[in-house]
Design a protein around this ligand. Structure first.
Ligand code: TXE
Length: 498
């Protein structure tokens, strides 16, 4: 049975200084259900002056200490309340996430639960000790205390609309910062609901502000604004590069979680069925629109024929459909732009001489024609220099590469500009550890794929990013470090003659 929630298109407004705000004169942005093209919401389109108001509100709130001066217990209490409200609205939020992003309900279910857990985790961490003391040669007590950075600009993408928002908002607030947040213009629905929760629980005015609209306008102004002290961004590597430059005006701290082209290395001695299952999950989960997707499957030559044959057989059986159908295993792509991008890469792959072994086309049969559905796709006979091997496609497109031995596997695995994730499948523990240690990536798995834990840091090497999400590191990201040298022997230093 399809899960439907009846509604008129939502009106989505911005939240600035504790008030809901419509846009100026700009036409509203239409938010579309990627499974059927239906209008689900109309979002106001913010302007540079809206960003300036939001930054000003966050600045004043920070400087007045309405949030940062609260005791850790008080701040934690707010965050626990947010988590409880997310749980209370779990089903509604999951249905909306599926409607907005297209992902199957079972994925949305997990994402919403995880958003609540993330608030709880950081609420707990607020209460953990953060400082350190040092023994130094003088009669001085040297210590370090941690303080909020100030106004944090948070910019997130569309692939995990609520979860990515919370990965940034929860630690930023826990640390005592005030925020100016921008969801993706493609998926603003559940982030707006989160701000409704902030409003309901009476988060102090100006603490959390949300501006809606285009990246190049809203995101850019957040990035260049000198009253913003830090930017935390998740999105494409090219946008990340732009943000690095644009943030240099006031030497903002930046934290970037960017793209990937992650290797999933499968040795002949792996448990065959486990490796096969995870290879499919690694690339087709989230329709491949996942930064850590196992988009390059590196397979040992001796098992390639059997493995690829079984992979194709299973990929062809994946049930593609609307996310609100409980039978659906893989949803649509998020929008027309992403569909066009993925189809273009499929064309590029064929022109480059790779062989398409499954998928490669848009689904247009009855029931699919208005959505952005694409069949699970895979290429073989690839070469390392091909664009489909080197570039992030961000869709359900697996690229097979083959290797003869450990050394070649590692060489191929590291042969991209990215370094977000990677995985090894083998039953030889020594080999697993040797290979994992040589992979230049921040998130790795052995005999597994995609698991992410709120408790553990998420981070990319190379052009996959700077800084951390999640775990204690995710909180550290939003804290300054202040050294205090407390003189225990108060008398003149007599450095200069009297
Ligand atoms: O991302 P963008 P898009 C990759 C993926 C995808 C490609 C493009 O390959 O196909 O990026 O997707 C805001 N200043 N990833 O266009 O543009 C934008 O409004 C400040 C990987 O959606 O990076 C949105 O809120 N902000 C990624 C956010 O940045 C700007 C997830 C991300 O948008 C801006 C998403 C600017 N100049 C896409 N331009 C991952 N690592 O998970 C845009 N934005």
């Amino acid at each position: 049975m399809m899960v439907k929630i009846k509604h008129k298109p939502f009106e989505l407004n911005m939240y600035i200084n504790g008030k809901w705000r419509g846009g100026e004169t700009n036409p509203k942005r239409k938010v579309i259900n990627p499974a059927n093209g239906e209008l689900i919401a109309e979002a106001v389109e913010g302007s540079v002056s809206d960003v300036k108001s939001a930054v000003q509100a966050a600045r004043v709130a920070f400087d007045n200490g309405v949030w940062s001066d609260l005791s850790p217990e008080e701040r934690a209490a707010y965050l626990f309340k947010v988590a409880d409200r997310i749980d209370e609205r779990h089903d509604e939020l999951a249905a909306l996430e599926t409607m907005d992003n297209g992902k199957p309900l079972r994925e949305s279910d997990y994402n919403i639960s995880s958003a609540a857990s993330c608030f709880r985790y950081y609420a707990g961490l607020v209460l953990a000790p953060h400082g350190k003391t040092y023994n130094v040669p003088d009669s001085v007590q040297a210590m370090v205390i941690r303080e909020p950075i100030g106004v944090c600009g948070l910019i997130v993408p569309w692939n995990f609309p609520l979860m990515m928002s919370v990965w940034k908002i929860a630690p930023a607030l826990a640390a005592g910062n005030t925020i100016v947040f921008k969801p993706s213009e493609v998926t603003p629905v559940t982030p707006t609901k989160l701000f409704k929760i902030f409003d309901e629980i009476g988060l102090p005015k100006g603490t959390a502000n949300m501006v809606l609209g285009a990246g190049e306008i809203i995101g850019n102004e957040i990035t260049v604004n000198h009253d913003v002290d830090m930017i935390s961004f998740t999105g494409g590597t090219d946008t990340g590069r732009h943000i690095m430059k644009a943030a240099s005006g006031n030497i903002k701290k930046i934290s970037l979680e960017l793209g990937g082209k992650s290797p999933n290395i499968i040795f002949a001695d792996a448990d065959f069925e486990t490796a096969l299952d995870y290879a499919l999950y690694g690339i087709y989960y989230g329709s491949g629109q996942v930064c850590s997707a196992g988009s390059r499957i590196l397979i040992e030559e001796s098992i390639q024929d059997k493995f690829i044959a079984r992979f194709v057989e299973r990929a062809n059986r994946i049930k593609v459909g609307p996310g609100n159908d409980p039978e659906t295993e893989m949803g649509p792509l998020v929008n027309q732009e992403q569909l066009d991008k993925v189809l273009k890469y499929i064309e590029i792959g064929q022109k480059e001489g790779a062989e398409l072994v499954c998928g490669g086309y848009r689904l247009t049969d009855h029931g699919y024609e208005k959505g952005f559905f694409i069949a699970p796709t895979a290429f073989i006979d690839t070469k390392p220099e091909m664009r489909i091997v080197q570039e992030e496609i961000f869709g359900p497109v697996a690229v097979f590469q083959t290797f003869k031995d450990e050394e070649e596997a590692v060489k191929l695995a590291n042969d991209t500009r990215y370094g977000l994730a990677g995985s090894v499948f083998t039953q030889d523990a020594g080999k697993a550890m040797r290979v994992i240690k040589k992979i230049r990536a921040g998130i790795t798995w052995v005999n597994s794929y995609h698991s992410a834990y709120i408790e553990a840091p998420w981070h990319g090497y190379k052009q996959s990013g700077i800084g951390f999400s999640l775990g204690v590191n995710g909180l550290d990201e939003f804290l300054e470090t202040k050294q205090i040298n407390f003189n225990l022997d108060v008398k003149p230093i007599n450095w200069f003659s009297k």
